[in-house]
Design a protein around this ligand. Structure first.
Ligand code: NAD
Length: 296
């Protein structure tokens, strides 16, 4: 069992840290939100008073923060953890951030003798809660093997995508495809409804046909087709539009750098930006369904 510092206890980080406690690790947590820390204290985590106390003397430090600027600030900023982490420790950053920031943080930490992997996740809040996340890891073989010993307590599929930053590249390819599938599923369902079909029946038909996909099967954007998904609870408690828009920004940036054609990704980014402009940034990303709905 390892001594683990866990920073960032939001929708994803909270249940991930709880699963590490459940697996028997000694977990010390920190978040800017007192309430988030209290939730983890209630399940047996130790609470730190700041990020340095959280990360000092740990075998492993895990971060799950919103964006690249938060991760860079945490490790390389003015009070950066780079100056406080043990030289034998491993840092696992599970946030979805740009590959350039992941590479910069990783290479600076490695220069200081600290191991690092980027390990963004797929599987949403349900995957984080159930310990069934997919981890997409970038880093050396040695760091990957070490990271795997704790990632397996939070997820069930752990992939080594390549060197530093490779996890982030694979993750944004996945999220770009996910956003396109969510938009396409929404418009198809709404077209069926507009033509008199029951969205439950239409979903069942498409699930047994060639339109089958993850959003239709496990995250249906039409309210009340599936229980326990964000669309059936007012588009709350999932993966926020703001975070999807951020990921699509990262995808388009990467596509520009590699001169890759991503017309569908660009369209999906525009649709998610439109939702942000309409005040839907805090809603779950399946709320894109409402853009197509005639009831608004
Ligand atoms: P969230 O906004 O719910 O949580 C982020 C947490 O980080 C918050 O609790 C916030 O207080 C904390 N935080 C921010 N700055 C901090 C700092 N300097 N020190 C300590 N705590 C700090 O976000 P989330 O949904 O948990 O997502 C986290 C990351 O995971 C994002 O990069 C997101 O893109 C990615 N992700 C999310 C999902 C999802 O379904 N929600 C799925 C896959 C990946």
């Amino acid at each position: 069992m390892a001594n683990i510092g866990f920073i960032g206890l939001g929708n994803m980080g909270g249940p991930m840290a709880a699963n590490l406690v459940k697996a028997g690790h000694v977990v010390t947590v920190f978040d800017l939100s007192q309430q988030a820390m209290q939730t983890l204290a209630d399940v047996g985590a130790k609470v730190a008073s700041d990020v340095i106390e959280c990360a000092v003397n740990q075998d492993i430090t895990i971060s799950m923060l919103p964006a690249g600027k938060h991760v860079k600030g945490l490790y390389l900023g003015e009070k950066g953890l780079i100056n406080h982490l043990s030289k034998t420790s491993l840092v696992i950053d599970c946030s979805t951030i740009d590959a350039a920031s992941a590479k910069e943080v990783g290479s600076q930490l490695q220069k200081a003798g600290i191991q690092f992997v980027d390990a963004p996740v797929s599987g949403g809040v349900a995957g984080a809660t159930n310990g069934t996340l997919t981890f997409i890891v970038g880093g050396s073989d040695e760091s990957f093997s070490r990271a795997k010993t704790v990632l397996c307590d939070m997820g069930k599929n752990i992939f080594h995508a390549g060197e530093l930053g490779a996890g982030q590249v694979a993750k944004i390819c996945n999220n770009m495809l996910l956003s396109i599938l969510m938009a396409g599923t929404s418009e198809a369902l709404q077209m069926g409804i507009d033509n008199g079909l029951d969205p439950k029946v239409l979903s069942e038909i498409m699930l047994q046909s060639s339109g089958r996909n993850w959003t239709l099967e496990l995250y249906n954007p039409c309210p009340d087709v599936l229980p326990n998904v964000p669309s059936s609870r007012g588009y709350t408690g999932g993966f926020m539009v703001d975070l999807m828009a951020k990921d699509l920004g990262l995808a388009i940036e990467a596509a520009n750098q590699s001169n890759s054609a991503t017309p569908m990704g660009a369209l999906a980014k525009n649709l998610y930006n439109l939702m942000q402009n309409q005040g839907m940034g805090g809603e779950d990303f399946s709320a894109i369904f409402k853009l197509f709905s005639k009831q608004g």
